[in-house]
Ligand binder design. Structure first.
Ligand code: PLP
Length: 380
């Protein structure tokens, strides 16, 4: 039996999402821009999905720009805003996903000043450093709502207020927060937000940049002017329909499953720390499904491979961003020693995981750790 504990990486398509998508993979294959009935059916489906996405994050449907996923949405914001503004400072946290960090680094090669915000040992962006950064004229700020590795929920509302005060445009990558905690665009006070379908039981290949309509962005992909001119290309109607259905499901389920996920997470935290693990970000608010830990003197990659052999799919350090064995940039930014960071393993739960699976996992973890420690002792 294989157990999936890697829901921050991606999730299985929900049965109801699949049902919603199927007609658009079969008979309803119209192009949403066509004037005939095939086209208008597709257009109506896309518009309904736009409403469903908008409802989940409390915006108007016209604020939702469909793109291919979180990576594209983050690129669209950073590049699209930078192309409109005159180069000043771009501020991002030191723990952003590479699809925010890299476009920001690219701006630094185009005359922008790049400022990375310091992160505290508990995994939270340092608000004092936000103030320090904003003493310089700033055009763009991007801070993620929940970190993909630690799950730590960042003070985005407070940062947005500070950014607005300095007339900077504030973006948040909410890919890992949506569906796990309530996310309200208006209440956060951001100008733009990124969401991805495949992290919330929707299909891969759909996502959205949610924008304040007063924002002027330049498109990254030019063509027929789809998505209010911001993202040309024939809409991926089945994926967009699935994204909408996934948002509606997330809305219905979130409160019901949060307690279940947190109970699994807390059980894992307790069990893992009893086995000698250091839990990262434990003192900060976290999304309920995620725990990230390392066992001193145990290599994270090796642990992940051994756990996989025993039937448990978990992620190591920077697994979703890199194939290298460099320690996680997030942990280094938190001041974790590189030797310990190399041991990092992320466990991220989903709706269908159970307490019995966690108990089995902890037993396997204990056995694997004993074996690896014995091997290490022999090698010395
Ligand atoms: N942002 C964060 C925080 C993520 O965790 C991910 C995916 O791992 C992305 C963005 C990229 O999203 P997508 O896979 O939809 O391109």
């Amino acid at each position: 039996m294989r157990v999936y504990f890697d829901h921050n990486s991606t999730t299985a398509l929900d049965e109801r999402v699949l049902e919603a998508m199927l007609p658009f993979l079969k008979g309803e294959y119209g192009n949403a821009s066509s004037r005939h009935e095939f086209g208008t059916h597709a257009r109506k489906a896309v518009n309904r999905a736009r409403e469903q996405v908008a409802t989940l994050v409390n915006v108007q449907a016209s604020q939702v720009v469909f793109v291919s996923g979180g990576t594209e949405a983050n690129n669209l914001f950073i590049k699209g805003a930078a192309a409109y503004l005159k180069p000043t400072q771009v501020v991002v946290s030191g723990i952003e996903h590479p699809c925010v960090a890299k476009p920001a680094e690219d701006l630094a090669r185009q005359g922008w000043k790049l400022r990375k915000l310091a992160v505290r040992p508990d995994g939270l962006v340092d608000l004092a450093d936000v103030d320090a950064a904003l003493t310089h004229v700033t055009g763009l700020v991007s801070v993620m709502l929940a970190n993909n590795e630690t799950g730590v929920i960042q003070p985005v509302g407070e940062i947005a207020a500070k950014a607005r005060d300095k007339r900077a445009w504030m973006h948040t990558d909410a890919v890992q927060a949506v569906g796990k905690i309530a996310v309200d665009f208006e209440a956060l006070g951001v100008h733009a937000m990124t969401i991805s379908a495949h992290k919330i039981c929707g299909p891969k290949g759909a996502g959205a940049l949610v924008v304040d309509k007063r924002l002027e962005l330049k498109p990254v992909i030019h063509g027929g002017g789809h998505e209010m001119g911001l993202r040309s290309g024939t809409e991926n109607v089945p994926a967009i329909v699935g994204f909408g259905a996934a948002c509606e499901l997330a809305q219905e389920r979130m409160d019901k499953i949060a307690g279940h996920l947190q109970a699994l997470r807390d059980r894992t935290d307790q069990g893992a720390s009893a086995l000698g693990a250091v839990i990262f970000g434990r003192e900060a608010p976290r999304i309920p499904n995620t725990t990230y830990f390392a066992v001193p003197n145990i290599d994270g990659e090796t642990l992940v491979i051994e756990l996989d052999k025993a039937g448990f799919a978990v992620a190591s350090g920077a697994a979703c961003s890199s194939t290298s064995t460099e320690p996680s940039a997030t942990l280094l930014a938190m001041g974790v020693a590189p030797e310990l960071a190399r041991g990092a393993v992320r466990v991220s739960f989903g709706l269908h995981n159970t307490a019995a699976q966690v108990d089995d996992f902890l037993q396997v973890l204990s056995a694997v750790l004993n074996r690896l420690r014995r091997l290490a002792a022999i090698a010395v």
